[in-house]
Ligand binder design. Structure first.
Ligand SMILES: [Zn+2]
Length: 90
């Protein structure tokens, strides 16, 4: 579970964070405030996984291994980067 950026409760399932698109806000089940993945995290995760797959393939690693490595790097980025708050103005 990931911490909600508003109330710091671990209310956000990792899978939910992973499949959330940047533009779509999700709500915390504890404080009901909105959060999302920041664009920076999405970019780092995509670029990081693509680069790692390229590097793994260039070293003649197994293709499956290359993709698993890419997925791990993308997942790790999502896991360790903080989620963004969405301040609701209305
Ligand atoms: Zn919360």
């Amino acid at each position: 579970m990931l911490k909600c950026p508003h109330c710091n409760e671990r209310t956000i399932p990792f899978s939910k964070a992973l499949f959330t698109r940047t533009m779509r806000a999700k709500h915390c089940s504890h404080c009901d405030k909105a959060w999302r993945i920041s664009m920076t995290v999405v970019i780092i995760a995509s670029v990081g996984s693509v680069i790692s797959i390229q590097v793994a393939l260039s070293f003649d690693f197994n293709v499956l291994f290359a993709f698993v490595l890419g997925a791990l790097i993308a997942g790790g980025t999502y896991y360790f980067c903080p989620l963004s708050k969405i301040e609701v103005s209305e």
